[in-house]
Design a protein around this ligand. Structure first.
Ligand code: GLY
Length: 376
């Protein structure tokens, strides 16, 4: 097993090395016909490429990875100081794997300060009256003002971390309130998840669950379910609130119960199973990381542990053997979906799929865990 992971890591690092020149000063997002679309660091996904470079360096200490990781991190720092395209809840996705990673690996004080500044930026989206982080749109936006999304669970580690390093409890309090609201309103009674939920932004009254990227309001978008598994597991790691562990396990069990025969999931558990259905390998890669995190948190002798470990290994086998790309490819994982409902469905590479695939491999081979929490 271990050789398989090692070989998959080596193949990934080869592609990442070639991508350093291919991507240059730009940032990959999703691909079209197997060529990554690059942008000038103005999307929610920039941090993943930076995090891949830091992970590559963490694994083999190659100077080429280090200098690229430093260079891309400084572009992220520039974006932060220019406050460019940061009106989003995705600040955790942007800064945990970039400045956060640099701090964890190099103990660079400026990177630590910038990561705290990123947390401050995210706090500007906290809506105290409701106790949530507004996902999209400007403050008081009539449509988006009281709307939350499940993806935001993965932005909470930045805040939990900020409280730990600054000693200021405000970040943790806000994150805890959000996680409680997500648990109450985004997780349904059958342990599936809504992608999004609306509240009245003045009164805080819950209005309704809905979707943006899933098949329908009542369906279960697979990537959202994976964000929930991993996000609640991380919230438990930081808080030790047993409710969060229970929710992570319940959402994981829902995912496991609904796995298709081919193991790697399609974009939505409830999308019609016709010949055009799109897979989302990124949802499966995120799930592996979430399940691996859960294995660190539960009793090793339990039946639950064995079940999770089996699914994790099966999923990884399928990703490695059926979803990885050829030697010369830019992407690591094929058949990721972005937003099928919105017509953004490359069925190709998505940079977060590549990031979480590499994180999953490094978790399994080296016991690394990405940059979502710091081991001191
Ligand atoms: N909005 C983040 C995602 O597409 O998962």
């Amino acid at each position: 097993m271990s050789n398989q992971y090692k070989e998959a890591i080596e193949a990934s690092l080869n592609k990442i090395k070639k991508n350093i020149d291919r991507f240059g000063a730009q940032f990959p997002h999703t691909s079209d016909q197997e060529v990554y679309e690059l942008n000038d660091n103005d999307n929610w996904t920039s941090g993943f490429w930076v995090g891949m470079l830091w992970q590559a360096y963490q694994y083999d200490k190659d100077e080429q990875f280090l200098s690229a990781a430093r260079e891309k991190t400084s572009q992220m720092q520039e974006r932060l100081s220019n406050n460019a395209n940061l009106d989003t809840h995705d600040i955790g996705f942007l800064y945990t794997p970039s400045t956060g990673a640099k701090w964890q690996i190099e103990k660079d004080e400026t990177a630590r300060e910038d990561t705290v500044k990123a947390a401050d930026r995210l706090m500007e989206r906290y809506r105290e009256t409701i106790g949530v982080f507004q996902a999209w749109g400007p403050p008081n936006d009539p449509e988006q003002g009281g709307r939350i999304i499940i993806d935001c669970m993965m932005n909470m580690p930045l805040l939990f971390w900020a409280s730990e390093v600054t000693g200021d409890i405000k970040y943790k309090e806000a994150a805890t309130n959000f996680v409680d609201m997500a648990r109450r309103y985004l997780v349904r009674g059958d342990d599936s998840t809504y992608h999004t939920f609306y509240f009245d932004q003045k009164s805080g009254q819950p209005i309704r669950g809905a979707t943006q990227q899933g098949y329908s309001d009542g369906s279960t978008w697979t990537r959202g379910q994976a964000w929930a598994v991993y996000g609640f597991a991380l919230a438990y790691r930081y808080t030790k609130d047993e409710n969060y562990l229970e929710t992570a396990l319940r959402t994981a069990n829902y995912f496991i119960k609904h796995l298709p025969e081919k193991v790697i999931v399609d974009w939505d558990f409830d999308a019609p199973q016709d010949k055009d259905i799109k897979p989302d390998s990124s949802a499966s890669a995120i799930l592996v990381c979430g399940l691996h995190e859960l294995l660190q948190l539960i009793e090793q002798e339990s039946e639950e542990y064995k079940k999770i470990k089996t699914v994790l290994e099966q999923t990884m086998d399928h990703l490695i053997n059926e979803y990885t790309t050829d030697f010369e490819s830019q992407g690591l994982l094929d058949h990721g979906s972005y937003s099928v409902r919105e017509g953004k469905s490359p069925d190709d590479y998505v940079i977060w799929g590549d990031y979480f695939y590499l994180e999953a491999l490094l978790r399994l081979e080296k016991g690394f865990h990405g940059f979502w929490y710091e081991v001191v």
